[in-house]
Design a protein around this ligand. Structure first.
Ligand SMILES: Nc1nc2c(ncn2[C@@H]2O[C@H](COP(=O)(O)OP(=O)(O)OP(=O)(O)O)[C@@H](O)[C@H]2O)c(=O)[nH]1
Ligand SMILES: [Mg+2]
Length: 216
């Protein structure tokens, strides 16, 4: 029966069945997590999605890196689609970096014990995020399209996801800025699905939704 459906049903029917199965048969909630470099705009994107879908907020946004230092989660986010409702837990994670030196924060006026604590908390959060990667069903990798995508742990993250067979999509964020260079990200990751987007203005959010609807 399942084989017959897979062979003959249209994509629309397959998606309707998938959503029906997810919502009424399978109890486990889908986990969609946002990963990426510090300051890439992960929390801004999470806030945008949550505001749009359920009028909630994920957390604080700041120009100071490592603002998010603990994994944050909003459960039971509902996205209405023409195939049925898509329910998921949205997870925001600390910005990934191989090391977080306390002096990184000096230029933002954070010094001494405060800077040391911030760097310790950030490292703990990064380790926890990497350990939890395997629990996620789908990942949105946010990259700052005004910066080189080769910095930080983007490559390690993508390799890790490929090895663990966890589906992901790359969001090239901050396309509202003049310096944005989405082509650079495309040239570094030619095989990957890349969605240009502005988490600040909401530009192209629909493409991310469409990707999630068809791929989660
Ligand atoms: N112009 C512009 N600024 C953005 C955009 N997205 C985020 N920002 C800014 O980038 C900075 C970092 O945003 P966050 O959402 O805190 O970034 P994050 O990835 O969560 O950072 P960490 O939690 O520190 O890892 C803030 O000053 C945001 O206002 C965008 O699409 N366009
Ligand atoms: Mg954040």
């Amino acid at each position: 029966m399942t084989d017959w459906i897979l062979k003959h049903a249209s994509n629309e029917i397959k998606l309707r069945l998938k959503y029906f199965f997810r919502n009424y048969v399978r109890r486990k909630k889908l986990k969609i997590a946002i990963y990426g470099s510090p300051n890439a705009g992960k929390t801004t994107l999470a806030n945008l999605i949550l505001k749009d879908l359920i009028n909630q907020k994920m957390g604080k946004v700041s120009k100071i890196p490592h603002e998010t230092r603990k994994i944050q989660k909003i459960e039971n986010v509902k996205m209405k689609t023409k195939y049925g409702n898509l329910f998921f837990n949205l997870i925001d994670t600390p910005g990934l970096s191989a090391e977080v030196k306390a002096r990184k924060f000096y230029k933002y006026g954070i010094r001494g014990k405060k800077a040391k604590n911030r760097s310790k908390e950030a490292m703990e959060g990064i380790i926890e995020s990497m350990a939890k990667l395997k629990e996620m069903d789908n990942i949105i990798i946010v990259m700052d399209s005004t910066k080189t995508p080769l910095a930080d742990l983007n490559l390690a993250l993508i390799t890790n996801l490929e090895v663990q067979k966890i589906p992901f999509v790359i969001v090239a964020n901050k396309i509202d800025l003049k310096k944005s260079n989405v082509d650079l990200i495309k040239s570094v990751f030619p095989e990957q699905k890349i969605i240009p987007l502005s988490a600040k203005t909401g530009e192209n959010l629909e493409e991310l939704y469409s990707h999630l609807i068809h791929n989660v």
